[in-house]
Design a protein around this ligand. Structure first.
Ligand code: ATP
Length: 296
C-alpha cells in the first residue's frame, strides 16, 4: 500500500547558531569529563559466538552519545556489556575493561551497576502489563524503596504528559508511544546518571519519534543526565547527539562529533539514506552498496 504520510515541517532540533551547551556552529561545548570508558572489549555468547571484537568508546558527562549501526552490528550487546545484562543471556566480556567513574564494572552484577546510576531502557518497551501505569513507574524506585517518590512522579508526568491521563490504567492497554514514554519514565524514576536507551524510535510514527527525541534532549539539558542512545534512526539521533560512534560487525568503524558525522558522505549514504547529490537513495540501494564498500 502506498504511504501518503508526510511529516509536517518543523524547526531543527539542534540549534545551528548556538544556544546553551552548543557552540556557534552547532558543535557541542562540553567539559572534558569522562563518565564511562569502554576499553577494547570483546564479548562472546555461549562461549563460542564472538559478537564484539575490541570495542572502545568514551562517554563524557553531560553528553548524548549515539551508537549507530545496522541490524546485528552489536549495539545492544555493547549496551548490555555496560549494564551487566549479558549474564542472563550467557554472554560475557572476555577481554578488555569497562570503567565507570574510573572504577572497573565489567565483572559487576546488574544490581550493582543499577545502584551506581547506570539505567538501561531495553529495546521492545516491555511494561508489567497487569500493573497500572503509575505502579509501573514506581517500580523504577526499587533501588531506593521506602524513600519519597512523589516529586519524581511529578517530574516524569511533566516530561511525559500523555501518561497523566493513563496513570490508573493497566499498562497492557497503552499504545506504543505511551509505552515508550512509560519505560523511559520508569528509568527516570531511578535517578539515572547514565541512561542507556536502546532504539526508542523503533516502530513509532514519525511525529511520535520526534516527540520522544525532543524529550530525550530536554532530559539531557534540564536534568544533566548523560545519555547513550542506540539507534537505527541516524537522522534523528544525530540531531540531538553531541558525539557519535558507528558500529559494523562488532567493531567501531567511525567516531566523530555528531555535527560532523551528519556531513560525512559515508554516513549520509549508509545511514541517512541520502547520496552526495542530496537525492534520497532507496534502502535497497543503500544495502547493496554497503555490501560492496566496508570500512573494515
Ligand atoms: P539490532 O538492531 O538488530 O538489535 P544490534 O546492533 O543491537 O542489532 P545485537 O543485538 O547486539 O545487534 O546482536 C549482534 C549479534 O549478536 C547478532 O548477530 C545476534 O544474533 C547476536 N546475538 C545477540 N544476542 C545473542 C545471544 N544471546 N546469543 C547468541 N547470539 C546473540
Amino acid at each position: 500500500m502506498k504511504n501518503d504520510y508526510t511529516e509536517p515541517p518543523h524547526p531543527p532540533l539542534s540549534p545551528e547558531g548556538g544556544g546553551e551547551g552548543w557552540g556557534e556552529g552547532g558543535e557541542a561545548v562540553m567539559e572534558d569529563n569522562i563518565l564511562l570508558q569502554v576499553n577494547n572489549i570483546s564479548v562472546v555468547y555461549s562461549d563460542v559466538i564472538q559478537v564484539l571484537k575490541g570495542v572502545s568508546l568514551v562517554i563524557r558527562r553531560g553528553q548524548i552519545v549515539s551508537l549507530l549501526g545496522s541490524n546485528g552490528a552489536g549495539k545492544t550487546t555493547t549496551l548490555k556489556a555496560i549494564s551487566g545484562l549479558l549474564k542472563p543471556e550467557n554472554g560475557k566480556v572476555t577481554e578488555g575493561s569497562i570503567e565507570y567513574e574510573s572504577k572497573g564494572i565489567h565483572n559487576s552484577s546488574p544490581e550493582t551497576i543499577t545502584r551506581l546510576g547506570i539505567i538501561q531502557v531495553l529495546e521492545g518497551r516491555q511494561p508489567f502489563k497487569y500493573m497500572t501505569v503509575e505502579e509501573n513507574l514506581r517500580v523504577g524506585t526499587a533501588t531506593r524503596w521506602g524513600k519519597p517518590y512523589k516529586k519524581d512522579l511529578e517530574l516524569v508526568y511533566q516530561y511525559f504528559q500523555p501518561l497523566v491521563a493513563r496513570k490508573n490504567r493497566l499498562a497492557g492497554y497503552c499504545s506504543g508511544g505511551e509505552l515508550q514514554m512509560l519505560v523511559m519514565g520508569r528509568a527516570l524514576m531511578a535517578h539515572p546518571q547514565l541512561l542507556l536507551l536502546d532504539e526508542p524510535s523503533l516502530g513509532l510514527a514519525p511525529f511520535l519519534v520526534r516527540e520522544i527525541f525532543e524529550i530525550v534532549k530536554r532530559i539531557n539539558e534540564e536534568q544533566r543526565t548523560t545519555i547513550m542512545l542506540v539507534e537505527q534512526n541516524a537522522n534523528m539521533a544525530l540531531l540531538i547527539a553531541h558525539y557519535g560512534y558507528v558500529m559494523e560487525n562488532g567493531k567501531i568503524v567511525m567516531e566523530e562529533a555528531a555535527v560532523n558525522l551528519r556531513e560525512n558522505p559515508d554516513v549520509k549514504e549508509f545511514y541517512l539514506g541520502t547520496a552526495s547529490s542530496g537525492a534520497l537513495k532507496s534502502y535497497k540501494d543503500v544495502k547493496s552498496y554497503k555490501r560492496r564498500k566496508r570500512w573494515l
